[in-house]
Write a protein that binds this ligand. Structure first.
Ligand SMILES: [Ca+2]
Ligand SMILES: [Ca+2]
Ligand SMILES: [Ca+2]
Length: 297
């Protein structure tokens, strides 16, 4: 598909439901799900200063929810062996043994796909655990270092159980007199594509030698980012899978629809076909529809 065609389709989508993919321009190139990096939209940093601008220590940002109190925030002026802190003038000191499990108060549709934090082990040990929806990653910072050490994790990193972390939902800071500063999270907006309509040829006659069964998926973007995700159509005839096609689908945000035509199918036996379409997006909503074709001799 040429670039010109892509642009022409996009322009049509903005106006109304488009059928550009049906008009002979062919299929857009298929993309692998793993190649679709989410666009980073926002970064938040917990720098252990309050946001009043007074220079006082505290918890910085209403996005971060802590399980320890602000009494563990310390001033750089009194901690010269480990000064300067990664960000002046305060950091978190966790006396033996305390854990600050930090979670995030985010807007709907926002997910954390990367997090990092500075740690210091001059006074005692420090550990960082990144919790994802699927797995976790645990870092033990080398002991007794006067210099600050940075650890980080991405949602695609493989965790201790061999799975990608998934969306990062918490960072646990554990101190045996360890210190921490500048806990940073990068947010990516979640892709939410919905099935507006799933349409197949209702009737197929083997005897009439008619054209193959047409399969069309109309996609609506219910989110704010324009990125493709995989849609899969499966056909079953008499309990046997006779069709399984996956293609990347998308729809620009903002109220339009985009129709995607899947490769057609010609059945060989006179038995009804049950079709299912599924979109694997980032939103926990169920994006799954069924349709049937009656196949007669
Ligand atoms: Ca700081
Ligand atoms: Ca969806
Ligand atoms: Ca979904």
């Amino acid at each position: 598909m040429s670039k010109w065609h892509v642009q022409a389709c996009t322009a049509a989508v903005a106006l109304a439901i488009t059928s550009c993919q049906e008009s002979g321009v062919g299929f857009p190139p298929l993309l692998k799900a793993g190649a679709m990096a989410s666009a980073v939209t926002v970064q938040h940093i917990e720098d252990f200063e309050d946001d009043s601008g007074s220079g006082a220590g505290g918890f910085a940002d209403s996005v971060f929810i802590h399980t320890v109190s602000t009494t563990m925030v310390v001033d750089e002026a009194s901690w010269t062996p480990v000064a300067p802190f990664p960000s002046p003038t305060h950091a978190l000191f966790l006396p033996e043994i305390s854990i600050d499990t930090v979670t995030f108060s985010l807007n709907s549709g926002e997910v954390v796909d990367h997090a990092g934090v500075w740690g210091n082990t001059f006074y005692g040990d420090a550990f960082v655990d990144f919790y994802g929806t699927q797995d976790e990653l645990w870092f033990v910072l080398p002991s007794g270092q006067a210099g600050w050490q940075f650890v980080e994790a991405a949602s695609t990193d493989v965790g201790i159980h061999g799975q990608p972390l998934g969306e990062i939902v918490a960072v646990a800071l554990t101190g045996y007199e360890g210190m921490f500063d500048d806990l940073t999270i990068d947010l990516a907006a979640a892709v939410d594509l919905d099935i507006a309509r799933f349409q197949v040829s209702k009737h197929f006659s083997l005897a009439h030698g008619q054209a193959a069964i047409k399969i069309k998926l109309v996609v609506k973007n219910n989110g704010t980012v324009d990125q493709p995700r995989d849609a899969t159509v499966v056909g079953q005839q008499g309990g046997v899978q006779i069709y399984n096609q996956t293609m990347a689908v998308s729809d620009p945000p903002g109220g339009g629809r985009t129709a995607w035509v899947f490769p057609p199918f010609t059945p060989a036996v006179p038995e009804g076909i049950v079709w299912t379409a599924t979109i694997a997006d980032d939103d926990p909503d169920i994006d799954h529809e069924s349709a049937t074709t009656k196949v007669v001799p």
